[in-house]
Design a protein around this ligand. Structure first.
Ligand code: C2O
Ligand code: CU
Length: 500
């Protein structure tokens, strides 16, 4: 079904009393504001990466960090000020870089952000009381110390998860990168240091004065017409003619992307959500749903100094008048440099989990029903568990999306899983690794397999279109015996906080 923009709807007379009355099937991809955001010329602003956060203190086992959530006024569009709600006042927030098996304690302080928060470190096998359970809220004037074990090397991200407000809070800026590395990975000849670059892609909609517009179109989806990379509209990154490793996160609320290079050269995918794959997968393009992470190497040695290469999105809102979402960022090769890096044919063994090792299969239908987003017909209920595997059980979850109008990236907390098949066929070459988000396109189904552990307790599953999650495409499962009263185990405390 061809999506329809709000402007087209206006022309077609499909708006009544200011609200969109569309046949439900038309409400797929969407418009980007009536007037469009203030214009920015793509590839004119410099690329940057978020700063790496220093611990406030370290001991033999643990690094202690502190992050304050606050409102801040920042320049995103040239010469305009934008209010964001952000970790340490910057968005994306500071990057935490940690070594495997060292523990992190991160104190998240809810200072002036003006709304209750819950912080989820997406991809970490945290204990339930540190997992950002949606109802485990830290109110303004409180703080909470989250403990993270860092038990494997991967590209993670932290973001808000407050019940019914996740989409708005993340959209306003509450998101940041969290990288865990280990020696095995550092020993590989992959690009490192300055050549290992995080990329957070988000789409935003701005008003004329630079203000962020959050409009979920009646609890459907939030789309923007400006693509930010690490908080900068369509930046230009100056690179050397060598290989770079990019850790790409789709941090958008509702928009997915299909990434490709303008030159037609491959992106060499080396990692999925939860770390390196067994072997590199060179692909012409790959799609990335919200909260998915892919790591890809781009080899700029093929290009002469002076060449510009655009990172494209092959699934933009073509029928929008606001061109822009077809571009993500640009690379400009500006210097020659020797390249000691290479991409080994074996990265890290991802041992396939055999379907025959599963003790049961569960089925989850993600759909729209009576104006709500539901899983097996149900909305969020903090007293109901929709699955209860025992610790160590291997299960297959079959995830369906039977509708034509939407796609749902499904996130399962706590565990890393593998895709057994997609619509009965093999998964795409680039998704044959450990994953915690599964792109379930229109009329698609995936079977995923994983082992429940290492923790017991209560964990959430939801669509990572956070508008869908908020209203109310989210449920929970328990591993072993579990309590829903997580806040009691590690409560948020009142400020002022004692020294960490
Ligand atoms: Cu990234 Cu439950 O979310
Ligand atoms: Cu969804």
């Amino acid at each position: 079904m061809t999506p329809i923009t709000r402007r087209q709807a206006l022309k077609l007379g499909m708006l009544a009393g200011g609200s969109l009355i569309l046949p439900i099937a038309f409400q797929g991809r969407s418009y980007a504001g009536d007037a469009g955001s203030p214009k920015v010329t793509p590839f004119t602003l410099p690329f940057r990466v978020p700063p790496v956060l220093k611990p406030v203190r370290s001991d033999s086992t643990t690094d202690y960090y502190e992050i304050t959530m606050k409102k801040a006024s920042v320049e995103i569009l040239p010469k305009l000020k934008t209010e964001v709600w952000a970790y340490n006042g910057i968005t994306p927030g500071p990057t935490i870089k940690q070594n495997k098996d060292r523990r992190s304690v991160v104190r998240f302080i809810n200072n002036s952000v003006g709304t209750p928060t819950s912080v989820h470190l997406h991809g970490m096998a945290s204990l339930p009381e540190y997992d950002g359970y949606a109802e485990d809220l830290t109110n303004p004037g409180q703080y909470k110390d989250y403990i993270y074990p860092n038990n494997r090397a991967a590209t993670l991200w932290y973001h808000d998860h407050a019940i019914h407000k996740t989409a708005r809070n993340v959209y306003m800026g509450l998101a940041g990168m969290y990288l865990v590395q280990d020696q095995e990975e550092l020993n590989l000849p992959l690009p490192k240091g300055d050549y290992d670059v995080p990329i957070v892609i988000q789409d935003k909609q701005f008003g004329a004065s630079g203000n962020l517009i959050f409009d979920d179109q009646g609890e459907d989806s939030q789309f923007g017409d400006v693509i930010l990379v690490n908080g900068v509209p369509w930046p230009k990154m100056q690179v050397a003619n060598r290989k770079y490793r990019f850790r790409i996160l789709n941090g958008s609320v509702s928009r997915s992307y299909e990434l490709a290079l303008s030159t037609g050269e491959p992106l060499i995918v080396i990692g999925t959500d939860a770390g390196l794959m067994s072997a590199p997968a060179p692909v012409k393009s790959f799609r990335i749903g919200m909260a998915e992470r892919y790591e890809a190497v781009i080899d700029f040695s093929k290009y002469k100094v002076g060449t510009k290469i655009t990172l494209k999105n092959l699934q933009p809102d073509n029928n929008d008048n606001y061109d822009g979402t077809e571009n993500v960022m640009q690379f400009e090769v500006i210097r020659s440099e020797s390249d000691p890096s290479s991409i080994p044919s074996k990265l890290r063994l991802v041992q396939p989990i055999a379907a025959s090792s599963a003790v049961r299969t569960r089925e989850f239908r993600y759909e729209r029903s009576n104006g709500l987003w539901v899983i097996n017909g149900k909305t969020w209920d903090n007293q109901r568990f929709d699955a209860s595997p025992q610790l160590g059980d291997v299960e297959i979850w079959k995830i369906y999306n039977n509708a034509g109008g939407w796609f749902h990236p499904i996130h399962i907390h706590l565990i890393d899983m593998q895709i057994l098949d997609r619509n009965g066929n093999a998964p795409f070459a680039y998704e044959k690794g450990w994953k915690d988000v599964f792109y379930v396109g229109a009329n698609e189904s995936v079977r995923v397999i994983g082992k429940f552990g290492p923790n017991t307790g209560t964990y959430m599953t939801h669509c990572h279109n956070t508008v869908h999650e908020d209203h109310d495409m989210m449920n929970q499962f328990k591993v072993g015996a579990a309590s829903v009263n997580l806040a009691a185990k590690a409560p948020a405390k009142s400020l002022p906080a004692p020294a960490l």
